[in-house]
Design a protein around this ligand. Structure first.
Ligand code: UD1
Length: 419
């Protein structure tokens, strides 16, 4: 087991290179399963969740090779349409393989992706949508037996909530279905647009991604292509926040500022100066940040749930009171205990957390409870006086490639050690 050890209190100063987006890579890997020929994904982050997706692809008969940040998938001959429970449970996003497998083979068996640190993760919207497209889905204990005896067909689907995962599953199932699928109240996240861009290059007919209604006209086959995965906007926010919380000056290389329009203003309102070029973002933090009055997590283009813990860490040291309202997940304040242990003043009541900024944090021995919560503890540790330890960093490794190396590049004193 490994942990991160941080000697805090040093303003970051330097460059950090941003990796490709986890939340884009995983549905793209599932989409590769739909294509004949070879798919080459560039800028693919080397993350444990990505490796888990590769194990699923290999299990179904795909050839999958990864060299540095380029991954090649050859899905010509699928040999298996069952994903074993152990593979399904390795990560929550494994559920996006359902739409892809069903679309490609017309029959598959998968398991529930299992519980999650953030609270219940129902998949009713995914199943309801696929049923409307002609899938018969029968549940045997934790297993889902899915068939489409007459093949999947296009349908008009209205999601009760703009779920990212359900939108991806519908897109993956619809690209090879017969006829047109119209998806209303679709998720509008940039990762949805990245998936659509890849599928279009493979020959799919998709319109409206990035808007609330997505239209997909099924085609008879798709051909693999070369695609560069978009930058990880949440990892990008994390690294800029490391600059902000330490009162530093940083350059984030390989970022797409336009995809971060719903989060960068929060750092600007806190007093940071942010300049963007096409591929880089510069941040210069003031000596003391100002509190961000009220932040409510919402579906895109609202303030993202994935940014909540990260900005909360930053606000622990800001001047004034910040109020957070978490509207997406029930159990997404588990990082609060670790922050409080470091001297933060945070009061949680239901879905609301009130953060009163303190002048300083102190190092502590903490443990990550989930991916973004773990990142929040690292941020607090970078700013805290003394030494902070963060254990349970397998959560962090799901979504940040060698976080300690990236931060060290900007002068942070952080190292990974065996526990
Ligand atoms: C969510 C985030 C996404 C983020 C990802 C990783 C939103 C809208 N989505 O996507 O931005 O990148 O986590 O942390 O912020 N739900 C149902 N039934 C379903 C599916 C979802 O009730 O079948 C509910 C969930 O319980 C949850 C909400 O919808 O309350 C969001 O779920 P969803 O968007 O599907 O989650 P992810 O796809 O994981």
């Amino acid at each position: 087991m490994q942990k991160l050890v941080i000697n805090g209190g040093i303003p970051l100063d330097g460059e950090m290179l941003l990796h490709g987006a986890k939340n884009s890579a995983l549905p793209l890997l599932a989409a590769a399963l739909l294509c004949r020929g070879e798919t080459v994904l560039e800028n693919c982050p080397r993350l444990t969740d990505v490796f888990a997706a590769c194990r699923i692809l290999t299990h179904t008969g795909c050839r999958c090779t990864m060299k540095r940040h380029t991954i090649s998938i050859q899905a010509d001959a699928l040999t298996c349409s069952e994903i074993p429970e152990a593979l399904m449970q390795e990560m929550r996003s494994s559920i996006v393989f359902l739409g892809a497998l069903l679309g490609r083979t017309g029959a598959c068996q998968v398991y529930y992706p299992g519980g999650c640190e953030l609270g219940p993760r129902p998949i009713d919207l995914h199943l309801e949508a696929l049923r409307r497209m002609g899938a018969q889905i029968v549940r045997h204990e934790g297993r889902l037996d899915c068939t489409a005896p007459k093949g999947l067909h296009g349908s008009i689907i209205h999601l009760k909530f703009p779920s990212v995962g359900a939108t991806e599953n519908v897109m993956l199932a619809a690209v090879l279905a017969k006829g047109e699928t119209v998806l209303h109240n679709a998720a509008r996240e940039p990762e949805i647009c990245d998936l659509a861009a890849y599928l279009r290059k493979c020959g799919a007919r998709i319109r409206g991604d990035g808007e609330s209604t997505i239209r997909i006209e099924g085609v008879s086959s798709l051909m693999g292509c070369v695609h560069r995965i978009m930058p990880d906007r949440i990892a990008g926010l994390t690294y800029l926040s490391a600059g902000a919380i330490t009162g530093g000056t940083v350059k984030l290389c390989g970022a797409a500022g336009a995809q971060m329009d719903n989060v960068l203003p929060v750092l600007e309102q806190a007093g940071c100066r942010i300049d963007r070029t096409k591929n880089d973002i510069y941040l210069h933090a003031p000596r003391r940040l100002r509190a961000a009055v009220r932040l409510r997590t919402m579906p895109h283009p609202g303030f993202p749930t994935d940014a909540q813990a990260i900005i909360m860490a930053v606000m622990t040291l800001a001047d004034g009171v910040s109020v957070f309202e978490e509207n997406i997940f029930e159990n997404r304040y588990r990082h609060v205990d670790g922050l409080v242990q470091m001297g933060a003043e945070i009061c949680v009541s239901g879905r609301t957390a009130v953060v009163s900024g303190v002048p300083a944090l102190c190092g502590a021995h903490t443990a990550a409870t989930d991916l973004r919560g773990g990142a929040a503890l690292v941020l607090a540790g970078l700013a805290a006086e003394g030494t902070t330890e963060v254990r349970q960093i397998h959560h962090i490794d799901r979504g940040y490639e060698e976080m300690e190396q990236v931060l060290s590049g900007a002068g942070a004193r952080i190292r990974r050690v065996l526990q």
